[in-house]
Ligand binder design. Structure first.
Ligand code: AMP
Length: 218
C-alpha cells in the first residue's frame, strides 16, 4: 500500500492516516510530525525548519525532499506507507516520482480530502494536542474528558503555535497557491480519489477504507 493523503491543513488527514496506518499495519509518514520532532529536539534540521513552520510557510523543498528520501530507506517502508502532508509542491511530487522510479515502485492512490473553508478554520482553531503522547483533540467535536488535560497520559494539552489565527490564514493561502495544483497533477496521472471529509472521524474513515478497497490495494 503506497498512498498519498492530500488536502488543506486541518482537514483531518493526519487523524485518518493514523487510523489507516493502524488498520493496515503500514507506517504513516508525516513530514509535519518529523519536522516538529526535530524542532523540539533542536537538531540542525529543526533549527532550519522552525522559522518557516512558525510563519505558516513551507519548509524549503530541498530540506523536506532529503528528509523523505532518508525516511523511505527505513525497513518499515518496504510494505508500503501513507504519506501525510507530503508532497506539498509540484517540485516535491516530481522528486518523489523520481525516488520511486529508482526503486521500481509506484504510488497507488492519492486521496484528496475535501472540506469547506469555514469548517477547516473551525477545526484548526479548536485543535489541541498532547505534547507527550501526540493524541489530538478538538474542542468543538472531540474534547478531552477533563478540560485541558490529555485523556491518555494526563499531560497538559497545548495548541500548536501554527494553529493560531493569523498563521492559520497564512497556511491556507500557502495551500491554495503551492499545494492545490497537485490535485490536477495527480488527476492527470489518474491517481486521484476525492474523499468527502465532512462529518465525524468514523464516517470519514469508512469512506477512506471503501476508497482503498475500490482501488484494490492493501
Ligand atoms: P502539518 O503538520 O502537515 O500541517 O505541517 C506543519 C508545518 O510543517 C507546515 O505548515 C510546514 O511549515 C511544514 N511542512 C510539513 N510538511 C511539509 C512539506 N511537505 N513541505 C514543506 N513544509 C512542510
Amino acid at each position: 500500500m503506497r498512498l498519498i493523503f492530500l488536502g488543506p491543513p486541518g482537514v483531518g488527514k493526519g487523524t485518518q492516516a493514523q487510523r489507516l496506518s493502524e488498520t493496515y499495519k503500514v507506517p504513516k509518514i508525516s513530514t509535519g510530525d518529523i519536522l516538529r520532532k526535530a524542532v523540539h529536539k533542536n537538531t540542525s534540521l529543526g533549527v532550519k525548519a522552525k522559522s518557516f513552520i512558525d510563519a505558516g510557510m513551507l519548509v524549503p523543498n530541498g530540506v523536506v525532499i532529503e528528509m523523505v528520501r532518508e525516511r523511505l530507506k527505513e525497513p518499515d517502508c518496504q510494505k508500503g506507507y501513507i504519506m501525510d502532508g507530503f508532497p506539498r509542491t509540484i517540485e516535491q511530487a516530481e522528486a518523489l516520482g523520481k525516488m520511486l522510479k529508482e526503486t521500481g515502485s509506484v504510488i497507488q492512490q492519492v486521496m484528496n480530502f475535501q472540506l469547506s473553508d469555514e469548517e477547516v478554520v473551525r477545526r484548526l482553531s479548536g485543535r489541541r494536542s498532547c505534547p507527550h503522547c501526540q493524541t489530538v483533540y478538538n474542542l468543538a467535536f472531540h474534547p478531552p474528558k477533563q478540560e485541558g488535560v490529555c485523556d491518555q497520559c494526563k499531560s497538559p494539552l497545548v495548541q500548536r503555535s501554527d494553529d493560531e489565527s493569523q498563521t492559520i490564514l497564512k497556511r491556507l493561502e500557502v495551500y491554495q497557491r503551492q499545494t492545490r495544483p497537485l490535485i490536477s497533477y495527480y488527476k492527470g496521472q489518474k491517481l486521484l480519489t476525492n474523499i468527502n471529509a465532512a462529518g465525524g472521524v468514523e464516517d470519514v474513515f469508512k469512506r477512506v477504507v471503501s476508497a482503498v478497497q475500490k482501488g484494490k490495494i492493501g
